[in-house]
Design a protein around this ligand. Structure first.
Ligand code: MN3
Length: 238
């Protein structure tokens, strides 16, 4: 009799644990999630190597997402959990450094994966190409200027091609995980990023070690110019 009672008791306990586990799994997802890479990690070989892509996406980008969700939770500001990433960036001066660093990290990397493409179109396209030639003279001149910004950024940061408030293309760079959408960035460097290059050492050190310039040269082989043009057209419509 005692044994039977124990079995019933154990069954009830297990059922309750099951119900709680189910409820737990059903909790709303955290506000921000890691987007999958839109191609295989080895798809950009030999320019961007597989191991760098895996560590960069699965660990670095994931950490920005996890730490952003954690930092939002710690503010106790429930409104933050319902805001878009772009809206958070536009008002980033109101929030703690952990949100600035991780919201920037999440936006920058999410954009970065999409402007890379293993089957890239080799050169800028359409209206974007026209605007680039008008502003910089030629694709080669543009690459030269962008490389200066990317190699000239001291320490960690990003080089950008933005559409500024006048609708003009402009090359800029930001430190750390700041980006041109943030209200803390100087007015003349603010705008909508259409192309960005991560120049943190984690983006290139395994393959290129201290040769950041070689990494910038390799970048041109894997840019998704169709996506850059589509970002350009979106920025122009704003
Ligand atoms: Mn990075």
């Amino acid at each position: 009799m005692k044994k039977q009672f124990f079995l019933v008791f154990a069954t009830v306990v297990l059922a309750l644990v099951g119900v709680f586990a189910f409820k737990f799994a059903e909790r709303p997802a955290p506000p921000f999630t890691l987007p999958p890479l839109p191609y295989a990690a080895d798809a950009l070989e030999p320019y961007f190597d597989k191991m760098t892509m895996e560590i960069h996406h699965d660990r670095h980008h994931k950490a920005y997402v996890d730490n952003l969700n954690k930092a939002i939770g710690e503010t106790g500001d429930s409104k933050l959990g319902t805001m878009t990433l772009s809206d958070i960036l536009a008002t980033i001066s109101k929030y703690p450094a952990a949100i600035r660093n991780n919201a920037g990290g999440h936006y920058n990397h999410s954009m970065f994966w999409t402007i890379l493409d293993p089957d890239n179109t080799d050169k800028p396209t359409g209206e974007f190409e026209t605007a680039m030639n008008k502003k910089f003279g030629s694709y080669d001149k543009f690459k030269e200027e962008f490389k200066k910004a990317a190699t000239g950024r001291f320490g960690s940061g990003w080089a950008w091609l933005i559409v500024d408030s006048k609708g003009e293309l402009k090359i800029t760079s930001t430190p750390n995980q700041d980006n041109p959408l943030m209200d803390v960035v100087p007015a003349e460097e603010r705008g909508f990023p259409v192309l960005g290059l991560d120049v943190w050492e984690h983006a290139y050190y395994l393959k290129y070690q201290n040769k950041r310039a070689d990494f910038v040269d390799a970048f041109w082989n894997v840019v998704n110019w169709k996506e850059v043009e589509s970002r350009y057209l979106k920025a122009k419509k704003k």
